[in-house]
Design a protein around this ligand. Structure first.
Ligand code: FDA
Length: 283
């Protein structure tokens, strides 16, 4: 069964680029940068993965044509990671070749724990070749992240720090919020100390406040990092942060394959269910 798009409207900017673009322009006009995410995951055939690669390249062209202040995020399972890691790697390299020519930036989102090792491997190879044009994500809840952060920080990689959005077993990931918050703070401090421009991606007031205090105490200027949030969430906080001189970027997903992203947002916070109902009733 396919739900009508009206359900997802609160979190997803549109079913195609043309619907999403005015929302990106509006954010840019308010000094907020954007990461565009063409939704989809777990592609199982080469035809679809090849088409996805073409769509991502076209997206980079459209961003430049409209002069949007936007980069893109991709998922390796959209580029064929489930089919063959070396095929996914080749697709990423083709995309990054295009991004480099256009002076664009591509971040590789982090997916479920089965994909973390191959994603980091592909990222490391890509970083060696394309440097500042590629970034990665680390998830605070994973036990392995302490070592990943140490290695990525040593490389000076461009890292987005998140809590982690997938259901993982106890042997792989922390299960309770205080421990996840502590891990988030520990890894964020390493990234702030050792990498040029970490991205702190959270809606959590405690973590936002902690970041502000930690950076002030350690004389890390506002220009050295950015906050990231998801489209449709905490808009007022984003504007307050921007007004106070912080860099803010909003992750703007769009596309017809919105259901898995949408259901992760609903599971994350019960208030998000109310947002959806409110949005439906308003229409
Ligand atoms: P969380 O949902 O844990 O909420 C904690 C507290 O924050 C709440 O109790 C409340 O006090 C406050 N709060 C949260 N949302 C609020 C709201 N809307 N209004 C008011 N208060 C609110 N994950 C992943 O696995 N791989 C990835 O690549 C990414 N990428 C990514 C990019 C960006 C830009 C973001 C912001 C997030 C991701 N994530 C992700 C998702 C991430 O892992 C995580 O699941 C969500 O951000 C939810 O965790 P939070 O820390 O945002 O708050």
């Amino acid at each position: 069964m396919k739900l009508p798009f009206a359900f997802a409207r609160r979190f997803v900017a549109g079913e195609n680029f043309e619907e999403a673009a005015p929302k990106v322009e509006d954010l840019n006009n308010r000094k907020i940068k954007v990461t565009l995410d063409l939704l989809g995951e777990n592609v199982r055939d080469r035809g679809t993965a090849d088409q996805t690669l073409a769509n991502y390249i076209e997206l980079l062209n459209k961003i430049n044509a409209l002069e949007l202040d936007a980069s893109i995020s991709i998922k390796l399972t959209m580029m064929g990671l489930d089919i063959d890691p070396s095929y996914a790697r080749d697709n990423v390299f083709t995309l990054l070749e295009s991004a480099q020519k256009k002076n664009q930036f591509v971040r590789i989102d982090m997916e479920g724990s089965d994909y973390v090792a191959p994603t980091i491997d592909i990222f490391k190879e890509a970083f060696a070749e394309y440097g500042k044009h590629v970034g990665i994500v680390v998830q605070a809840y994973l036990h392995r992240t302490k070592e990943d952060v140490a290695e990525l920080a040593e490389m000076g990689a461009d890292v987005r720090m998140v809590k982690g959005a997938y259901k993982e077993p106890e042997r792989i990931a922390l299960q309770n919020m205080p421990a996840i918050r502590d891990a988030f703070k520990e890894y964020t401090s390493v990234l702030l100390q050792k990498t040029p421009y970490p991205r702190i991606a959270t809606h959590d007031y405690e973590l936002i406040q902690w970041t502000k205090e930690y950076t002030q105490q350690n004389h890390i200027g506002q220009a050295r990092y950015e906050f990231q949030m998801l489209f449709g969430l905490r808009q007022t906080t984003c504007e307050e942060l921007t007004d106070a001189g912080y860099n803010v970027r909003i992750y703007v997903p769009y596309g017809t394959m919105w259901f898995p992203y949408f259901s992760r947002r609903l599971k994350e916070r019960k208030e998000n269910i109310w947002f959806v109902l409110y949005n439906l009733l308003r229409k």
